[in-house]
Design a protein around this ligand. Structure first.
Ligand code: URA
Ligand code: URA
Length: 260
């Protein structure tokens, strides 16, 4: 077997292990693993080949995959959802919370990222379904989007106790999962809702005023930041700048050829 065959083998074995991790045990016949009865009888002259050492034996078949490998093995939102369901590290110190994975169009060109689930979101397992969510729906319809045209997620996938702000270490533990979610969805635009979402995505510590009103590069995506709808409920004077921000996002969406 050539070196490149072996590399491919390693990749396939790693992939299968990641699938097992997500979906449980299954078996598969590998090439060279010929056990069927109807093979040609061996010629007396045939040289016994050394059995190939399979990568699983090389590594030890119970090698624990790294998070990076598990995430890379997730090719769909369904697979990533299953991985998140098993991820204790996504939980906060509030007991018995539900996973709030994200909702909307899996091929959305615009992705909205809030902060963390609240009580209603935890109960229903869906982001932005409480009072802030109702305002978000109105904001979206003002720029001619339905909730299911876009994809909506949060920095945290579990509710923090008493709706406190997410802790920086909670954000850091959630980010790899959110990044993978973004890689699978491949939006053209991201709109961060609120200061915590914006600063977490931009790895900065800036004020909301400082971040809003312009686009920031995030990988090959244009990222915008605007006020959190819950902040607008308390501070209606921020509705005007929010309106301007979402108009800009809609304009860029159309200019970038976002799906109608
Ligand atoms: N606030 C958020 O940041 N996210 C939600 O899902 C709900 C309220
Ligand atoms: N400060 C915040 O934390 N969020 C906002 O949306 C506005 C101000």
């Amino acid at each position: 077997m050539s070196e490149s065959d072996r590399t491919l083998y390693d990749e396939i074995k790693d992939f299968l292990q990641a699938e097992r991790d997500v979906f449980g045990e299954f078996s598969i016949t590998l090439p060279g693993d010929v056990t069927s009865k109807d093979t040609e009888p061996k010629s007396e002259l045939a040289v016994e080949e050394e059995p190939e050492e399979l990568p699983a034996e090389k590594f030890g078949s119970n090698r624990e995959l790294t998070l990076e490998e598990k995430l890379a093995a997730c090719a769909s939102l369904e697979e990533l959802h299953s991985l998140c369901e098993q991820a204790e590290e996504l939980k906060t110190d509030l007991d018995n919370t539900n996973l709030v994975f994200g909702v909307g169009n899996p091929n959305a060109d615009l992705m909205l990222i809030g902060e963390a689930p609240g009580e209603q979101e935890d109960l229903q397992g869906e982001p932005f379904v409480g009072a802030a969510g109702r305002l978000l729906n109105k904001i979206l319809s003002a720029i001619k989007f339905n909730r299911d045209d876009v994809y909506i997620a949060n920095i945290l996938k579990h509710r923090p106790p008493g709706n406190r702000n997410p802790k920086p270490e909670e954000c850091q533990k959630s980010l790899p999962y959110l990044y993978r979610q973004i890689e699978i969805i491949k939006p053209k635009l991201i709109l961060c809702l609120g200061r915590i979402s914006g600063n977490t995505m931009l790895n900065s510590e800036r004020s909301l005023k400082d971040m809003r009103g312009k686009s920031h590069p995030f990988r090959d995506i244009e990222l915008f930041v605007t006020y959190h709808p819950a902040a607008l409920l308390r501070n209606p004077q921020w509705k005007r700048p929010t309106w301007e921000d979402v108009q800009t996002v809609r304009k860029r969406y159309d200019e970038l050829g976002g799906k109608p």
